[in-house]
Design a protein. Structure first.
Length: 479
């Protein structure tokens, strides 16, 4: 089976979110099982060159309406661990892609046009006719629209099917109508792109794809509700009934394994847990915590944002720290204005008990999970919840909210709150601390969590089943 993914992030080339981890793990696992896998990514300046042996294979022209844009196409091959197979990575080079962090509306919208149209030109250039085109998030939206609504692309890919993966609905890829005036090549698509007075790329992609999935079964039900559907709940409900909308949980990459993790000070596992204690002691020293060894360390490892509930921790902070002799370590980059100052204030209020680093450090992330005891993640919504899976894999007791895949992750191991109110979060932490203080209960939860199967092998087989199902059906009708 030939699979061609379209995404904006993928480790080790372009980091920035959990989607980058997912793309690496999913594509290499698919290749391991014999699929012919390609990926199209933007070429973002220096960070990409550090991890790719790039070879230029040609130039293509992409019509944006005002003019034809020259796009350089490079390729690299990502080895699949434990096999002689590779994933073929294509990179599209254009000034729109020069800086990943410049997200002005015209530039961002132009990126999606260029990436979507480049997909089909690359397939011509490299003589690839994929069975499945798999678009991810906003980067895959216009590829889906062009695939369904442009006759020349339908003819080129007449035997292909398009799966669109929605990694979350919090950012729908909405743009003001005036962006279309800068890209007249989309004039024939205006009706399919506009919704409620705005350009709505995610909705357009869902309507264009042969099928859509989200990244947990629970989230597939949540987005059919008014609270989480963001205006698309009716579409999701209809597609769910027709078998065109479903949830497939993400797995966890092999790099998140405390028995073989090169970043931590001592390896450990469910059957040989002693190394956890050394990591706990080292963590206290590295973060300059004076918390007693008999008291647990609570880890917060996420983006510092409203969506992740960091303000809820702030509201519950005094209750947490005054009622429990705990330590607290926070690691993450701020994406909501002022949240770095907020969490740094925690450290100033409780020096020696609270430590904060307001930037992402992958090595510190591994060491934090290896040495901490309780994982706090009061998210307001979570399509899957990779961070709690990582925490459980490293023997932590998770305290999570009841959204997305997190209840499944925490079942039998941690505590699921009713909501993300400060009182509920404080109560969840209290339960986790009490469980941790009971040696038998702590060992039971740690062993159960570390033995939980988060393998990508299971998820990949579910994707293969859905791919085959899509190929057995006629192409989706225009909607």
């Amino acid at each position: 089976m030939k699979i061609f993914h379209v995404a904006s992030l993928m480790n080790p080339y372009i980091r920035g979110s959990g989607v980058a981890d997912v793309m690496h793990a999913l594509t290499t696992a698919q290749a391991k099982y014999g699929a012919d896998v390609s990926v199209l990514l933007p070429l973002y300046s220096e960070s990409t060159y550090q991890h790719a042996d790039l070879q230029k294979i040609g130039d293509i022209e992409v019509n944006t309406g005002e003019r034809k844009e020259a796009v350089g196409i490079f390729q690299s091959f990502l080895p699949v661990p434990g096999t002689d197979r590779t994933v073929r990575i294509f990179f599209a080079q254009h000034p729109f892609f020069t800086d990943f962090f410049k997200n002005y509306e015209d530039i961002e919208f132009g990126r999606y046009i260029l990436q979507g149209k480049s997909l089909f030109e690359i397939c011509k250039l490299a003589d690839i006719r994929p069975d499945i085109i798999h678009g991810h998030g906003r980067a895959g939206t216009l590829a889906a629209v062009f695939f369904r609504r442009h006759a020349e692309h339908r003819e080129l890919m007449k035997h292909s099917r398009f799966l669109f993966t929605l990694h979350g609905t919090t950012n729908q890829g909405r743009f003001p109508l005036n962006v279309l005036s800068n890209f007249p090549s989309l004039d024939d698509l205006r009706d399919s792109l506009i919704n409620d007075g705005k350009v709505d790329l995610i909705r357009a992609a869902v309507l264009a794809a042969d099928a859509t999935n989200v990244v947990s079964r629970n989230y597939a039900y949540e987005v059919q509700t008014d609270r989480f559907g963001l205006g698309m709940q009716g579409i999701f409900r209809q597609d769910f009934v027709e078998g065109r909308f479903f949830g497939i949980p993400n797995g966890l990459g092999l790099e998140w394994d405390p028995s073989s993790d090169p970043h931590i000070h001592s390896s450990f596992s469910a059957s040989a847990p002693d190394g956890k204690d050394l990591n706990r002691r080292t963590l206290r020293s590295e973060w300059s915590l004076s918390v007693d060894e008999d008291d647990p360390i609570v880890a917060v490892h996420s983006r510092l944002s409203w969506s992740k509930g960091i303000d809820v921790i702030d509201a519950a902070f005094s209750t947490l720290m005054e009622n429990h002799p705990i330590g607290l370590i926070t690691l993450g980059s701020p994406t909501t204005k002022g949240y770095d100052t907020m969490v740094e204030g925690w450290q100033h209020r409780y020096p020696g008990r609270v430590a904060v680093k307001t930037s992402y450090d992958p090595v510190l992330a591994h060491r934090l999970l290896a040495g901490a005891d309780i994982f706090l993640h009061p998210s307001r919504g979570e399509p899957d919840g990779l961070a709690p899976k990582m925490a459980v894999r490293y023997g932590l007791i998770p305290v999570v909210t009841p959204y997305g895949g997190m209840p499944d992750t925490a079942r039998g191991v941690g505590f699921v709150t009713w909501d993300n109110s400060p009182d509920e979060i404080a109560a969840g932490v209290r339960q986790a601390v009490n469980a941790w203080r009971n040696p038998q209960e702590r060992e039971r939860r740690m062993t159960l969590g570390m033995n939980r199967n988060f393998s990508w092998d299971t998820s990949v087989q579910l994707y293969f089943e859905r791919y085959h199902q899509m190929l057995s059906r006629p192409p989706a009708a225009l909607r």
